[in-house]
Design a binder for this molecule. Structure first.
Ligand code: SF4
Length: 709
């Protein structure tokens, strides 16, 4: 059973009466009685559409079909779609109306990458350059709002104006430009893809979606976008916005992750992309209309429009029809057909939209119709095999039916929860311990070039094994001590920091100045929630000696025993930076949060404490008394050296469970709503995994749907 979706009530403004000329007007009363709204036994013709290459040929005649129950099973097993019946969507009308609407709004949001050019009149070089620009914009727009992307895209194109220049960059340069945009794996994908284009395609992005899929980091969505927008290829694309628009257009209420649903939506998207008129030149960049794939050549199209010639759409959609169509569909989803409160009254497709027709019917249904179920009138073999029941338990709930019930709500997988111990290691010249940031250095470690947060810098960190109790500092002590020892080459850590309790005060040139537990920080990634237990460790030595030397990649000791299976910062990849320069480094979001906590402590505004118990970031501010106590403890800690053993042994970063749960619930709710204006893409991209076993957990390549920030 699908999850129960809370009814959002009928649209506020009164709806116009159902349109008698709507293609499915005759079906509406039959399909929309309260009981059928709950059961969803509408006709398969609701979801039939024009022929497409994805669509099975109508060879399976109805009279040879197995009985419905068996057929349902078989359908699932073979992943076939419902029989091809009458088309419920007037594709020609939809194309014309949407393209005409797009002509009026395409410049509204000021996207510098959106250009009206005729690929037929461009040289190969110009088309390849345009493809690069579109590719960068599409990757940046994934999970990110247009208004944010504009500045990043402009800076990116200034720094890497061509794919060749991008291919020569390293991950650090790329991250520098990407800094702050989040989901850093996208930057890595662009870099990997640029290298593939230079190595395998002579520096020119290929023109067809099929070939584009051969480029590292490009999946079906991006392939469709680049091939249609830059090369006028008749390629479909489906992102979150398109899925929503097409689901509403066809009143499709089916599990979004199901392969059968995905096939249907992709096939529908494919069927609706208009063909590019044949160019007069002999250029081969754009495909001529193919009778097998051109929807307007379908017999259904001809039957619907017997007297008209194919609509060439010459007066709408500019010079590139497929590109304009795909952008128009996404624009509609981003600005009109939004997840919440869609503007159906302003929608160019309102006359064709089945979801809107249903909503209008329900709002205007005569009371006598509400008690009669007409499902018996349906031929059971014609019933839809795609749709699931609508989420109404009672007929009165069904009365609030509106378009927002489409697409079917996703069942979101619970994010896994993990814990990490982090140490902000600082060094100050001896004698200047209390003199601010001047001369103070902070240790950062570079992450691997592949995987989560690739190439970014972090404070030394160890992912705590599930077997360790994350609520105590004991696990952090054990693992961080081993990690720090492997990062510093000389002098070694003061004995007080190590697991040894012996003290060499007076002999050791590296002095432990202070130790402070920082407030716990929680960071939500697309696939997990990670709780960071940070501490601040201040060391000093004579200024002539400088900060402790660090191991190089060659000299770093290899982890042994249990440590070798831990995901942790890499010895040999550390560097000291000025404290004032930390914020300018390429840091991930969680590292930035930890640094904010450290800054708050230094400025006296934070909740850091000697001995832990830090409050979770973003939660209640500590009371004045508590803050005073903390400051006193910090001051005491700054003054004197001391063993870290006591500190490590105490509770560190106790997270208030209820607060945590509530915050996560809110964050999850925000996640659900955050795709108003962004491209939500779930596409499989190739990510090469070349990693050492030691860092196999957090620091290796995530799967394609695991984003990093
Ligand atoms: Fe979306 Fe409403 Fe337009 Fe239908 S009529 S496509 S639901 S905005």
């Amino acid at each position: 059973m699908p999850p129960k979706k809370k009814s959002t009530g009928p649209p506020a403004a009164p709806l116009p009466a159902p349109n008698a000329s709507h293609p499915c007007a005759a079906l509406l009363p039959a399909a929309l009685s309260p009981s059928s709204l709950a059961d969803r036994p509408h006709s398969a013709s609701y979801h039939a559409f024009l022929r497409s290459p994805f669509y099975p040929t109508p060879s399976s005649k109805r009279d040879t079909s197995p009985p419905p129950a068996k057929r349902k099973k078989k359908a699932a097993a073979e992943d076939v779609l419902p029989p091809l019946l009458e088309t419920a969507i007037d594709a020609a009308a939809v194309q014309r109306k949407l393209l005409a609407w797009f002509d009026t709004v395409k410049d509204t949001r000021g996207m510098p990458w959106r250009k009206e050019v005729n690929p037929a009149q461009q040289t190969d070089e110009e088309r390849a350059q345009r493809a690069y620009e579109v590719w960068v914009s599409e990757i940046m727009l994934q999970q990110t709002q247009v208004v944010t992307v504009v500045g990043y895209w402009t800076r990116w194109m200034a720094k890497f104006p061509t794919v060749e220049l991008l291919a020569k960059a390293d991950i650090e340069e790329v991250n520098e430009v990407w800094k702050g945009l989040g989901y850093y794996s996208r930057a890595k994908r662009l870099l990997d893809g640029a290298k593939t284009v230079v190595d395998n395609y002579d520096g020119h992005l290929p023109s067809t979606a099929e070939e584009l899929l051969g480029v590292d980091g490009i999946g079906p969505y991006t392939a469709g976008a680049v091939s249609s927008i830059a090369f006028a290829q008749r390629s479909p694309l489906v992102d979150g916005n398109v899925q929503r628009v097409l689901s509403r257009l066809t009143a499709l209420h089916a599990p979004q992750a199901a392969k059968q649903t995905s096939n249907f939506v992709w096939a529908l998207a494919d069927a609706l992309v208009p063909a590019q008129p044949s160019p007069s030149s002999s250029s081969s960049f754009a495909a001529d209309p193919d009778p097998e794939t051109d929807p307007t050549s379908s017999p259904h199209f001809k039957r619907r429009r017997p007297s008209s010639k194919r609509d060439d759409l010459s007066d709408v959609g500019g010079p590139n029809k497929p590109g304009a169509w795909n952008q128009a569909l996404m624009e509609l989803g981003a600005t009109v057909c939004t997840p919440k409160n869609p503007k159906c009254g302003e929608c160019p497709l309102s006359e064709e939209c089945l979801a809107y027709a249903e909503a209008r019917y329900v709002a205007h249904r005569p009371s006598s119709a509400s008690s009669s179920s007409s499902t018996a009138a349906e031929d059971i073999e014609d019933l839809c095999t795609l749709c699931s029941p609508l989420p109404y338990d009672t007929p009165s709930e069904a009365k609030t039916h509106n378009v927002e019930v489409y697409p079917m709500a996703k069942v979101r997988a619970k994010k896994r929860e993990e814990e990490t111990a982090v140490c902000v290691v600082e060094w100050v010249p001896e004698g200047t311990e209390g003199e601010g940031e001047e001369g103070r250095k902070v240790l950062l470690v570079k992450r691997p070039e592949k995987g989560l947060l690739a190439g970014l810098y972090e404070f030394p960190a160890v992912d705590l094994p599930p077997s360790d109790d994350p609520s105590t500092a004991f696990a952090g002590k054990k693992h961080l001590t081993a990690l720090l020892s492997s990062l510093l080459s000389s002098p070694s850590l003061p004995a007080a920091v190590s697991s040894s309790s012996s003290d060499e005060t007076g002999k050791h040139p590296l002095i432990l100045v202070s130790r402070t537990a920082l407030p716990v920080v929680s960071h939500t990634y697309s696939h997990m929630i990670r709780t960071y237990h940070p501490e601040r460790l201040v060391l000093s030595s004579p200024s002539s000696s400088g900060p402790p030397a660090l191991h190089t990649a060659d000299s770093a000791p290899r982890p042994k025993g249990a440590d070798k299976d831990l995901a942790r910062s890499r010895p040999g990849f550390g560097k000291w930076v000025d404290a004032s320069a930390v914020e300018g480094q390429n840091l991930g979001g969680a590292v930035g949060k930890v640094w904010e906590e450290r800054q708050a402590v230094v400025s006296g505004k934070g909740g850091g404490s000697s001995g832990g118990g830090g409050a979770k970031k973003g939660k209640k501010a500590p009371s004045a008394a508590a803050a005073k106590g903390k400051k006193e403890k910090e001051a005491a800690a700054e003054k004197g050296q001391g063993s870290l053993l006591g500190f490590f042994g105490k509770k560190m970063g106790v997270v208030k469970v209820e607060e945590e749960k509530k915050a996560r619930k809110e964050a999850s709710a925000e996640d659900d709503d955050d795709d108003d204006d962004v491209i939500v893409v779930e596409e499989e991209t190739k990510v090469k995994v070349v990693e050492k076993k030691v860092y196999k957990k957090r620091r290796t390549a995530p799967s394609s749907d695991e984003e990093d920030d």
